[in-house]
Design a binder for this molecule. Structure first.
Ligand SMILES: Nc1ncnc2c1ncn2[C@@H]1O[C@H](COP(=O)(O)OP(=O)(O)OP(=O)(O)O)[C@@H](O)[C@H]1O
Ligand SMILES: [Mg+2]
Length: 259
């Protein structure tokens, strides 16, 4: 029996074509993600990164191949096997922060309003937003909204989290603070995280290995290990092997833009 690490997510020869397009944007893609790992996905704009997430969470159905989460194929009404944070935080503006965070519990059903309120408050406290449950989303800063959206993603209870450019709209200082915060959350909650970013330094800082989209249509992901242990702080980014890795990834993406 394979005694290696458990697989959290696996794509087996997955293909997808948008109905209005004439080619498969995802073309026979296979890759495997180990449980408990943190991978950033980098690739040029429009190459199909978010499409990989939409296939994983079942918003889109692949035309060929299989997607397995924890060894079992998705589909067939399987619910909340992954937490998904879309490219924009998408907190519902007419609901309080607490009601937004409690949404996954409401969708799942079987919990009372008081129970949902308590769990939402605890999740908010965990992301440093104690006392914010009664506020409206517009009363929070960008970084606070992202943390609230993350708390909501955590309340899906899933071990696999798909985060699509969660920090791209934040200013530099808030972004690096959020990166440290996310690594801390990941280590405490032992989740598997896939994180799309355009920021190569962010990818190097966060990832156990970076998954780079090296060709379009996407046929494979190039796995590039990051030579640094956790816990990490930003000083590791100054090490020569880390700057080499960052520059190597930038070169790879540049070549792709040029075609
Ligand atoms: N609903 C759709 N119908 C048709 N084509 C689409 C649709 N959504 C996305 N596409 C196309 O598929 C390609 C991949 O889109 P996707 O959103 O996955 O890219 P991405 O890599 O996440 O880009 P970005 O980095 O800009 O977010 C794009 O070229 C886009 O034009
Ligand atoms: Mg995208």
């Amino acid at each position: 029996m394979d005694t290696g690490k458990m697989t959290a997510l696996e794509f087996e020869s997955v293909s997808y074509r948008y109905p209005s397009e004439e080619f498969d944007i995802i073309d026979g893609l296979s890759f495997r993600v180990e449980r408990g790992s943190f991978h950033c996905i980098v690739g040029t704009s429009g190459c199909g990164k978010s499409t990989i997430f939409r296939l994983t969470n079942g918003l889109l159905a692949s035309k060929a191949g299989r997607i397995l989460v924890e060894g079992a194929p998705i589909g067939g009404g399987r619910k909340q096997y992954c937490g998904y944070m879309p490219q924009k935080d998408l907190l519902l503006p007419w609901r309080t922060v607490g009601e937004n965070v409690a949404l996954p519990l409401e969708i799942r059903g079987g919990s009372s309003k008081a129970e949902r309120r308590d769990r939402a408050e605890a999740a908010l406290e965990d992301v440093g937003l104690a006392g914010c449950a009664g506020k409206m989303p517009h009363e929070l800063s960008g970084g606070m909204r992202q943390r609230a959206a993350f708390a909501r993603t955590m309340l899906t209870g899933s071990d696999l989290l798909l985060l699509d450019e969660p920090f791209s709209a934040l200013d530099f200082l808030t972004r690096i603070t959020m990166q440290e915060w996310l690594l801390d959350q990941w280590q405490r909650h032992k989740k598997t995280i896939l994180f799309i970013t355009h920021d190569v330094e962010e990818a190097v800082f966060l990832s156990s290995s970076v998954l780079a989209v090296a060709d379009t249509p996407i046929r494979s992901l190039l796995e590039v290990p990051v030579p640094a242990d956790y816990p990490r702080d930003r000083s590791c980014l100054k090490r020569p092997e880390m700057t080499d890795l960052r520059e190597g990834l930038i070169d790879l993406l540049r070549k792709q833009v040029k075609g």
